[in-house]
Design a protein around this ligand. Structure first.
Ligand code: TXA
Ligand code: MG
Length: 326
């Protein structure tokens, strides 16, 4: 595509870029992905370079349907078939033993592969036309907040990623639930919209969290998904007290409230319901970051299984981080 063109990129532009080995911005129902041909090791290496992500962190392969997914796996257990049937296309990633021809660049050298069938109509149309699989991490620089609009992707990469398909705001707004089916017991490696009880209703008891043997998942690093500002998560009353205390000290502080505004407290109010909250969270964090606040006080969400993904992302956003901001 002509870099100076103002014409929005089409599906054909995206297919041509993928075939040239160029990563593209791809909308999904969870967050935007930075997608490249998963069978092209050079293209996949470009994803790591663009993101500034260590190349031993595995990527998810996105395909059009469960049959296509099964071809990327070395083994397709009954649990995979049952979960695929229940939740694909949708916000679920399955970790399975890899098929022999999956490039090491995709799996980070591990013997497993992450597979997902996204539901977004633009992602579906692209994957059907492309016929292969696309490796796609979230389209943010390593350690940043995942993008939920095409503009967020352009903000992250600018001219380095000229083709960003615009699929509007991501409906869910939080990354997919990751279920590892490669070990003895199924294990949730990353909570998402599809909750533990929903998964257990299909395949029975599952473990949760990384164990010593689990494959690496960068989304499981303590301080992933972090805005620039320091984040603290507090119930409403202590949040208000903390806000006033920080303001008195002259700090630039904003609040991320849920449901109800609070008089004289600056920041944003997210919807009280889970779907609305998840949809809006990352865009709100980006806006508050752009306004230059030093501290964000996020109101503690409900502590239920359904809210696990939101609690997880807020916890990571508030985790202490290294000096390099990752
Ligand atoms: O919703 C999503 O999953 C989005 C959209 C674009 O599909 N993708 C996404 O990708 O969040 P990424 O790379 O930002 O996060 C995927 C996570 C990473 O933490 C990665 O380490 C983990 O999945 N992962 C991928 N393949 C894996 C594997 N074989 N074993 C363990 N973890 C894996
Ligand atoms: Mg990510």
């Amino acid at each position: 595509m002509d870099g100076k063109s103002t014409r929005p990129p089409t599906l054909d532009d995206a297919l041509a870029a993928l075939r040239r080995g160029e990563p593209i911005g791809l909308p999904t129902e969870t967050v935007y992905g930075l997608a490249a041909d998963a069978h092209d090791p050079v293209a996949v290496r470009r994803i790591y370079a663009l993101k500034g992500r260590p190349s031993d962190h595995p990527l998810i392969v996105h395909v059009a349907d469960a049959l296509a997914a099964s071809r990327w796996a070395g083994d397709w257990p009954e649990a995979a078939e049952a979960l695929a049937e229940a939740f694909w296309p949708g916000p679920l990633t399955l970790i399975l033993p890899r098929a022999a021809n999956v490039p090491d660049e995709v799996t980070g050298g591990q013997d497993t592969v992450g597979l997902r069938v996204p539901a977004h109509p633009v992602a579906q149309a692209l994957l059907r036309a492309f016929e292969g699989g696309v490796a796609a991490p979230s389209a943010n620089r390593f350690g940043h907040i995942s993008p939920t609009t095409a503009q967020h992707v352009r903000d992250e990469f600018g001219d380095a990623v000229p083709v960003v398909l615009d699929g509007g705001e991501c409906e869910i707004g939080l990354e997919s639930t990751i279920v590892d089916l490669s070990g003895e017991t199924p294990r949730i490696l990353r909570p998402g919209k599809i909750s533990r009880p929903e998964i257990e209703a299909i395949i029975g008891p599952v473990a949760e969290g990384a164990d010593g043997d689990s494959p690496r998942a960068s989304g499981t690093l303590a301080s992933h998904y972090a805005p620039r500002a320091q984040v603290e998560v507090l119930a409403r009353a202590p949040l208000v007290a903390r806000y006033k205390e920080l303001q008195k000290r002259g700090q630039r502080v904003a609040a991320l409230l849920r449901g109800q505004p609070f008089k004289d407290i600056e920041g944003e109010v997210l919807p009280a319901d889970l779907a609305g909250y998840g949809h809006a969270l990352y865009a709100a964090l980006r806006r508050l970051d752009a306004r230059g606040f030093e501290v964000l006080l996020a109101e503690l969400p409900p502590h239920t299984a359904a809210w696990a993904a939101v609690n997880d992302r807020l916890r990571r956003a508030s985790a202490p981080r290294d000096a390099d901001g990752t």
